[in-house]
Design a protein around this ligand. Structure first.
Ligand code: FE2
Length: 413
């Protein structure tokens, strides 16, 4: 938690003072709020505790799961067994796709009401857990979930339990549920604390053992970008910095290992921890323009979220190295780069190169055109970034205008 002096970085006295000030996030006028109410149960085999945890919140659970993997891996059966053993009745809402829609959430809420469920369990990747969060809110007042995404504040929500089976979104540690409105083609976060925080999250690395290499790589890059964006963002605070560092160091050490050998237990554990740490980082620090630009891409084209992030990250990371070199220099250290004797500007460039090399090594050195983006879509993607994701743009360091965002998209083509 207490930062190092980082005396090895050169950059002139002003730059060095600024670096230290930023590391400490001090200026003699610190003011922030940090709220993280989720009970996190981390560890191998802890899925077996789901029933006991759930029984303190309700008697009948709607278990929200993805298309196949949780059933195929046996995770769903083990979850249902645990719930039944604890005397919790179960209803299964199955088949949640990536990029879940608000329409699907409304169907799930209808199901929860019809079956009289008083608790919602999200078991799966980010899409299943986010869908569960939406259902928990929409089931209380019988209102479309998109109302709560856009403007209305709910009066309550069913208790949510998150059981992630990927090491990626970190939704288990924050109040965000990313949903897509299919007619508007808008992808936004439902963010209604305290109601959309899970009451408890079971982070069991065993559940990630069956995640295939590509899924491990893609979700792992999401972890990296969550941590990096929370740290560089204007809302960063010292607690955000602490967990962001843990997440980036974890990705650096364990992501490639987990991709190469999915049965590497230490690597899986490290990535599960990194994912939850990064989820905590964005809980306090939010994400920035990178996520702001990606959401319109996956809303229009239904691509994997982190593939979009990888495609857009090149020009955006170069921008960060320009506007917050003292922060990107820290990121370089976390990425394992030897920055001793370097100016902060040079160290910041090394962070950009290290992330590019990581993407390359994972086969994720993508361009937007690889994901189906055409030049004639760029104007609408820029407009959506500014309108739908304006809060992310506002959290971005420096000053971004429409022209610069357009350039990011164009360079990423
Ligand atoms: Fe993300």
């Amino acid at each position: 938690m207490f930062p190092r002096m980082c005396g090895s970085l050169r950059g002139g006295s002003d730059a060095h003072d600024r670096l230290r000030r930023q590391e400490l996030l001090l200026g003699g006028n610190m003011k922030f709020e940090h709220y993280m109410p989720v009970r996190i149960l981390f560890g191998w085999g802890r899925l077996s505790e789901l029933g006991e945890v759930a029984s303190s919140f309700g008697r009948r659970a709607l278990v929200v799961v993805g298309r196949r993997s949780a059933r195929r891996s046996g995770a769903l059966d083990r979850a249902l067994d645990s719930l039944k053993r604890a005397g919790v009745d179960v209803e299964v809402f199955e088949g949640i796709p990536p990029n879940p829609t608000s329409t699907l959430v409304d169907e799930g809420a209808e199901e929860a009401k019809k079956k009289d469920c008083d608790i919602v369990v999200g078991l799966g990747g980010g899409s299943s857990v986010d869908c569960a969060k939406g259902i928990a809110v929409a089931a209380v007042e019988a209102r479309p979930v998109w109302n709560y995404v856009v403007s209305e504040h709910p009066s309550g929500a069913l208790p949510i339990i998150a059981v992630p089976t990927t090491s990626g979104t970190g939704t288990e540690a924050n109040p965000y549920a990313v949903l897509t409105e299919p007619n508007l083609k808008e992808k936004r976060a439902l963010n209604r604390p305290p109601f959309t925080y899970p009451k408890a999250s079971i982070v069991d690395p065993e559940l990630t053992l069956s995640l295939p290499p590509r899924g491990t790589a893609v979700t792992g890059m999401d972890v990296l970008f969550h941590a990096l964006e929370a740290f560089v963002g204007k809302r960063c605070n010292p607690f955000v910095e602490a967990v962001a560092e843990q997440a980036v160091r974890g990705v650096t050490k364990f992501l490639v290992r987990a991709v190469k050998d999915g049965s590497d237990r230490e690597a899986r554990e490290g990535m599960s921890l990194a994912s939850t740490a990064a989820g905590m980082a964005i809980n306090g620090g939010g994400t920035t323009a990178l996520h702001g630009m990606e959401h319109p891409v996956s809303a229009h084209l239904d691509v994997a979220h982190a593939e979009g992030l990888c495609a857009l990250s090149g020009p955006y990371l170069k921008y960060l190295a320009e506007v917050v070199p003292w922060k990107m220099a820290r990121v370089a250290e976390w990425l394992g780069e030897d920055v001793s004797g370097l100016s902060e500007e040079r160290a910041a460039e090394m962070a950009v190169v290290a992330i590019e090399e990581l993407k390359e090594g994972l086969g994720l050195n993508l361009r937007l055109r690889d994901l189906g983006v055409h030049e004639d879509m760029l104007e609408i993607l820029v407009s959506d970034t500014l309108s739908v994701m304006g809060h992310n743009v506002a959290n971005t360091p420096g000053e971004l205008d429409r022209g610069r965002i357009y350039e990011f998209f164009r360079e990423a083509m």
